[in-house]
Design a protein around this ligand. Structure first.
Ligand SMILES: [Zn+2]
Ligand SMILES: [Zn+2]
Length: 75
């Protein structure tokens, strides 16, 4: 368990922008709870990367199309 870094929420209109989260999973649970309308890119998630958060499914799909074109085949 090396995920002990501090994170803040990166979503602009967050109601709790000053809270520090210990580890990505705590921040993700905040995002899931308080930003349930947001979407994070699972393809980008890795322990070292900042999560990619999108406000709409459309933005997420656009991102996947651009950045993960080779790993996703749209049918
Ligand atoms: Zn937030
Ligand atoms: Zn991505």
């Amino acid at each position: 368990m090396k995920d002990m870094l501090l994170y803040i929420c990166i979503i602009e209109d967050c109601s709790k922008p000053d809270i520090l989260y210990i580890g990505r999973s705590y921040r993700m649970s905040h995002i899931r709870h308080d930003h349930f309308e947001c979407w994070d890119c699972l393809l980008c998630s890795s322990p070292r990367a900042q999560p990619m958060i999108f406000l709409t499914v459309r933005d997420l799909r656009e991102h996947i199309k651009c950045d993960h074109a080779e790993s996703v085949s749209e049918s």
